[in-house]
Write a protein that binds this ligand. Structure first.
Ligand code: AMP
Length: 192
């Protein structure tokens, strides 16, 4: 099964993708994690993208389309994958559809984690207060910027997938376990 986890920054996509890896064996394909790894390793790609990530700006479509295609061709994705933080623009969604079609696959389901902006902001503030290690883009200011980017570039995908009949929405403001249960119920209702 190929699944897209969709939602605004901080909605809990990464948390749920990790749980799906444990419970369903579907690898988590997070473009954000791949880009942060490239930055940490100091690769040319990482160097090129660092300022964009720090600011909360999207990296160019062709960059993420390319890294996703390379990752998807690894053997562990033969049974499908969970796309986390990708696609984030209509051209990315179209490229993903084309990439999967070329491999005789398709997106089966898009799970939208719905979370209000005020809850996303409170979550960042709580993380700052807790005092752990934070990402460079994990500040209220950058989150506000990223939300602007999300509504402008990424939210139009909701209609894109709704038109394809693939969109299911869950309440991302519920406790983590409850979100996991809602997702499990949706997945279990998908015909094999
Ligand atoms: P994330 O870990 O998904 O929150 O992504 C962190 C940052 O990586 C984003 O703010 C963007 O700068 C970049 N990024 C991740 N995925 C994408 C994508 N699909 N398209 C463009 N930029 C992305």
């Amino acid at each position: 099964m190929n699944l897209v986890l969709f939602g605004p920054p901080g909605a809990g996509k990464g948390t749920q993708a990790k749980i799906l890896k444990e419970t369903r064996g579907l690898p988590q394909l997070s473009t954000g994690d791949m880009l942060r790894a490239a930055i940490a390793e100091g690769t040319p790609l990482g160097t090129r993208c660092k300022a964009l990530l720090d600011k909360g700006e999207l990296v160019p479509d062709e960059v993420v389309i390319d890294i996703i295609a390379q990752r998807y061709d690894q053997p562990d994705c033969a049974g499908g994958a969970v796309f986390d933080g990708f696609p984030r623009t209509i051209p990315q969604a179209e490229a993903l559809d084309a990439m999967l079609a070329a491999r005789g696959k398709r997106i089966d389901l898009v799970l939208e984690l719905k979370v209000d902006d005020s809850v996303l902001l409170s979550r960042v503030e709580a993380r700052i207060k807790a005092g752990g290690v934070l990402r460079s883009d994990d500040t209220p200011e950058t989150l506000r910027y990223r939300l602007g980017v999300y509504y402008k570039n990424t939210a139009p995908l909701i209609d894109y997938y709704r038109r394809q009949g693939k969109l299911k929405t869950v309440d991302g403001m519920a406790p983590v376990d409850a979100v996991t249960s809602q997702i499990a119920a949706v997945l279990d209702a998908v015909p094999a």
